[in-house]
Write a protein that binds this ligand. Structure first.
Ligand SMILES: NC(=O)c1ccc[n+]([C@@H]2O[C@H](COP(=O)([O-])OP(=O)(O)OC[C@H]3O[C@@H](n4cnc5c(N)ncnc54)[C@H](O)[C@@H]3O)[C@@H](O)[C@H]2O)c1
Length: 354
């Protein structure tokens, strides 16, 4: 049986949805609904195995990963009551991981931090996913550095720029370790819908004059993003993804807009675009999208994990350009989503080097 051994930095809602989703496809081997690519590079989602996990929350550290994913304040959907994975969550270095609002509801573990590099080596991890909160630049870079030192492929799910940063990218290339990022673009999320809408208007001859996207949600991600200073890269990441769809500048405002606790892990996005088409006649499009945020990212993450594994199999290091363009908001190279998918599939077929 092929196996892809994955470590998680941050056992929040995204990790929970990913772990539960992988378990779901393991126990329903004939189920393909929800998967854009049931098979990639000879791997199935059920080949993913979680071998290590790191967090700083007292309620999660020391617990089995299968239990830690259900600990408060995680509040994404629950598919299982009992899940025993045989992997203990280890204490990561906190650094700047806890923002001022999450600190009010999360009690930090009193344990000293684990040696991440050692834990990655001992667990036999092949891929490390960075799921720490927005604004945690030091923590994100500490995990990227640990991946480099342990020789483990790195996936940066959040908006601190690592895969899209030249210095980091070169270092991953020099050490022949694959990396994909930055800031995962969800399966049917606000970014891909907004990108597609702006591209549609542009492809069909309309001039897009102004556009915005407002997002609200009720989980820790949204509570953390109340702190505007932690948000700079998130805004830049989401905005650059939409801006890349036109070859002229469009006044654009995109970002998280508020924290509404009772929405829990439901995210509501309001997307608005105004433009002109035939003979300058005006057009306005308003769209409301409502999703469960964390499984939305899981549906794409399972493709990225397989991309990193295939790169490891082929001894390819550095940023995976096609996989990143398809799966992330702020990749090293932006592409319309269809072109990115074609290139990613060519990579999996061995027709493109990265
Ligand atoms: N659809 C999506 O949900 C989506 C899309 C794109 C990007 N992201 C990003 O992915 C990241 C994870 O999202 P989430 O919803 O799981 O967030 P979350 O707040 O639920 O989880 C973050 C976890 O990281 C832990 N943590 C904090 N500092 C840490 C450290 N130094 N080391 C290890 N763990 C630490 C927290 O205790 C928490 O368990 C966020 O940055 C989010 O913006 C999510």
């Amino acid at each position: 049986m092929p196996e892809i051994r994955v470590a998680l930095a941050g056992v929040g809602n995204c990790a929970s949805a990913l772990v539960q989703g992988v378990q779901f496809y393991k126990s329903h081997p004939d189920e393909d609904i929800g998967l854009a690519h049931p098979q990639l590079g000879g791997y199935r989602v059920s080949d993913i195995k979680f071998v290590a996990a790191f967090d700083v929350n007292k309620r999660k550290v020391g617990k089995d990963l299968g239990q830690a994913i259900f600990e408060s304040p995680n509040n994404t959907i629950k598919l299982y009551d009992q899940l025993e994975l045989g992997v203990k969550v280890k204490r990561g270095p906190t650094l700047d991981g806890l923002g001022k609002y999450p600190r009010q509801v999360i009690e930090e573990s009193a344990e000293g931090p684990t040696d991440i590099v050692n834990e990655l080596r001992e667990s036999g991890a092949q891929v490390l996913i960075n799921y720490v909160p927005v604004g945690s630049a030091q923590a994100a870079k500490a995990y990227a550095q640990a991946a480099l030192e342990a020789g483990v492929g790195f996936i940066n799910a959040m908006p601190v720029f690592i895969a899209s940063d030249q210095t980091w990218a070169k270092e991953f290339e020099r050490r022949q370790i694959p990396i994909a990022g930055d800031d995962i673009m969800s399966q049917i999320g606000a970014t891909v819908v907004h990108k597609t809408l702006v591209k549609l208007m542009s492809d069909r001859g309309a001039r897009v004059d102004e556009t915005y996207q407002l997002n609200v949600g009720g989980d820790m991600d949204f509570m953390n993003m109340l702190e505007e200073e932690r948000l700079r890269d998130k805004r830049e990441s989401k905005t650059s993804a939409v801006r890349a769809m036109t070859n002229y500048p469009v006044p654009t405002r995109i970002g998280p807009s508020d924290y509404i606790p009772f929405l829990e892990n439901e995210k509501v996005a309001y997307i608005w675009a105004k433009g002109r088409y035939f003979a300058g006649a005006p057009v306005t499009i308003e769209l409301k999208l409502s999703v469960i945020d964390s499984p939305d990212s899981g549906g794409v993450m399972v493709d990225v994990i397989r991309g990193i594994k295939v790169a490891l199999d082929r001894k390819i290091g550095g940023p995976l350009l096609s996989v990143s363009a398809y799966s992330f908001k702020h990749p090293p190279e932006q592409m319309p989503y269809k072109e990115a998918e074609e290139r990613m599939l060519a990579f999996f077929d061995g027709k493109l080097p990265r």
